[in-house]
Design a protein. Structure first.
Length: 150
């Protein structure tokens, strides 16, 4: 009985050993390449559209608005140089507006946040213009603040 167990275990070990050799050889063996199927010529895919330049952002005060030429001038703080700068921002049909309906709703001294892209000719082209609305002061008198006892 003991010899039978040894014989069975040896057979199983041998089977596992040879199976692992076969699988290892199959993994290392180069795969034959299939012959390309003959078919009608395939049309070249259309070239992908040029990617939109990186979106940038600025926040500042409106100095002028020219609705006819679709542009506005904004005074903003350049965080890299720590200087105030003035920039002309152009709009187009892809420009979206927040808190206003169009460029004509922007007034002088409005505070705006502008998401823009820099065009190849180095113009600031707005993608989103958001006008900050000042919080309306409550018409009722402010509540009295109780005195703090010390």
């Amino acid at each position: 009985m003991r010899n039978l167990k040894i014989l069975v275990l040896s057979a199983m070990f041998s089977f596992v050993f040879f199976l692992s050799l076969v699988l290892a050889a199959d993994i290392d063996a180069p795969k034959p390449q299939a012959a390309p199927a003959v078919s009608a010529p395939v049309a070249e895919p259309a070239a992908p559209a040029a990617p939109e330049p990186d979106m940038q952002w600025l926040w500042g005060e409106v100095k002028s608005v020219d609705a006819a030429s679709k542009e506005l001038t904004v005074n903003y703080l350049d965080y890299e140089s720590d200087n105030e700068k003035e920039v002309e921002i152009y709009t187009d049909d892809k420009t979206n507006f927040e808190n206003i309906k169009s460029l004509t709703d922007i007034k002088l001294k409005d505070t705006v946040s502008v998401d823009y892209v820099l065009t190849p000719d180095n113009k600031y082209l707005a993608r989103l213009i958001s006008v900050e609305k000042p919080e309306e002061m409550s018409k009722e008198a402010p509540a009295e603040i109780p005195a703090v006892k010390q």
